[in-house]
Design a protein around this ligand. Structure first.
Ligand code: SF4
Ligand code: SF4
Length: 398
């Protein structure tokens, strides 16, 4: 008999009211109770309290959860669903019931930045040679990326694994925006290879804790840690719970999403002519439901674009979910289809997304998704200096 080792008080908070159901992307696309937060909690209780086996259908219910945590925001009883699910996934992996050896090797590679960059370069080359099928669902990947340089010591800029390999240009834009606001940053680079968020989602708790402990050691100097990936920022803000140490809690307390950091400092940025763009804001779930700082994205973007548009889908997940779009392709695409329809209804020039997973998942479906920092950098004319905002508008709008 397997027990999940869940906190009985946390598990007991669910009163099965169902108020979370409309906020759950998997329930919205399937209408299946076993793919809803309430259904998943009922299954956790059945395993924990009644000795129900972790059978294939039970595991499937857990595996199809995007871990978007939209249910947490909707829940009036304060059920910490994300933590319950993370622990459940970890027990499934520990029981040898999920995550094959090649998949584990893939996750292990995330802690080795050179390997990640080499893999992304190989995939980028494959795309140029038309050897990577469109069905792989990958957005256009960069062949070459210039190194990111230190600009000062006001804060760390967390660069991460997949994002640094795929979207270093976003880090560069972030550095430029921060510089325009008067802040110099120290990119974390290979010193902190990965935050462990993807590992925690996949149930690889030991690997997640090891990476988190490495980050705590490397970033112990008391400086703010700015993060431009919503998923990484959310994971780092929860290091206290993950590691249970004072040092982890101390680090977590000085992690900020870059827009969260900039919003109260907007007066530092120069006034410029806004980009002539209608921008739809896509809230990454881990910014909206975990960090709960998505308002800052709008505060930072508003002065720099002609118009901000709100999507009409109640902030539902886009289906990216860390590595979810990779391993649960059918479900991820069904969830994304709802987001695409909402984007089409608002008819923006571009979509702003502060998470690499979301933007790549949307870009793979042809959406012109860009990071908010990229838009601000381009409005400031910081992208390529003389190219300026007008040139940027042309590229984004094309
Ligand atoms: S998780 Fe919260 S909102 Fe959902 S059924 Fe349980 S108590 Fe209700
Ligand atoms: S985390 Fe997201 S996908 Fe999972 S049950 Fe909650 S709302 Fe549904």
């Amino acid at each position: 008999m397997t027990t999940l080792g869940l906190d009985p008080e946390e598990l007991g908070r669910c009163v099965q009211c169902g108020l979370c159901l409309p906020s759950c992307p998997t329930f919205r696309v399937t209408g299946d109770e076993s793919q809803s937060p309430r259904g998943r909690i009922a299954l956790m209780r059945a395993v924990e309290h009644e000795g129900a086996p972790l059978s294939a259908p039970v595991r499937r219910s857990f595996e199809t959860c995007v871990q978007c945590r939209g249910c947490e925001t909707a829940c009036p009883s304060g059920v910490p669903f994300g933590h319950l699910m993370a622990r459940t996934r970890e027990v499934i992996v520990q029981s040898g019931l999920s995550t094959s050896r090649p998949v584990r090797a893939g996750y292990a590679a995330l802690g080795r930045p050179r390997l990640v960059r080499a893999a992304v370069r190989a995939a980028a080359l494959g795309q140029r040679l038309h050897a990577v099928p469109a069905s792989a669902g990958l957005p256009p990947l960069p062949l070459r990326q210039a190194p990111l340089r230190r600009t000062g010591s006001d804060a760390h800029l967390f660069t991460g694994c997949v994002m640094d390999a795929c979207q270093r240009d976003v880090h560069r834009d972030t550095v430029r925006v921060l510089a325009a606001a008067g802040f110099g940053v120290e990119p974390t680079g290979d010193r902190v290879p990965c935050c462990g968020a993807l590992h925690a989602h996949a149930g690889l708790g030991r690997a997640a804790r090891k990476l988190a402990a490495g980050a705590v050691r490397a970033l112990g100097d008391g400086l703010p840690v700015l993060v431009n990936s919503a998923g990484c920022g959310a994971a780092m803000k929860e290091y206290g719970r993950l590691l249970g140490s004072d040092a982890a809690r101390e680090l977590a307390g000085r992690v900020f999403d870059v827009s969260e950091w900039l919003a109260p400092r907007m007066a530092n940025l120069p006034e410029v002519r806004p980009l002539d763009l209608r921008v739809a804001v896509q809230d990454p779930c881990h910014l909206r439901h975990v960090q709960r700082v998505h308002a800052a994205t709008r505060a930072v973007l508003a002065p720099f674009v002609r118009e901000l548009l709100e999507l009409d889908d109640d902030g539902l997940c886009c289906g990216a979910g860390g590595s979810y779009a990779f391993f649960e392709r059918r479900e991820a695409r069904a969830i994304r289809a709802r987001k695409l329809a909402s984007i089409a209804r608002s008819a923006p020039d571009v979509v702003a997304s502060a998470n690499p997973g979301c933007s790549m998942h949307l870009a793979a479906a042809g959406v012109p998704a860009v990071h908010p920092m990229t838009l601000v950098a381009r409005a400031l004319g910081a992208q390529g200096g003389a190219r300026g905002a007008q040139g940027a508008q042309g590229r984004l709008g094309s």
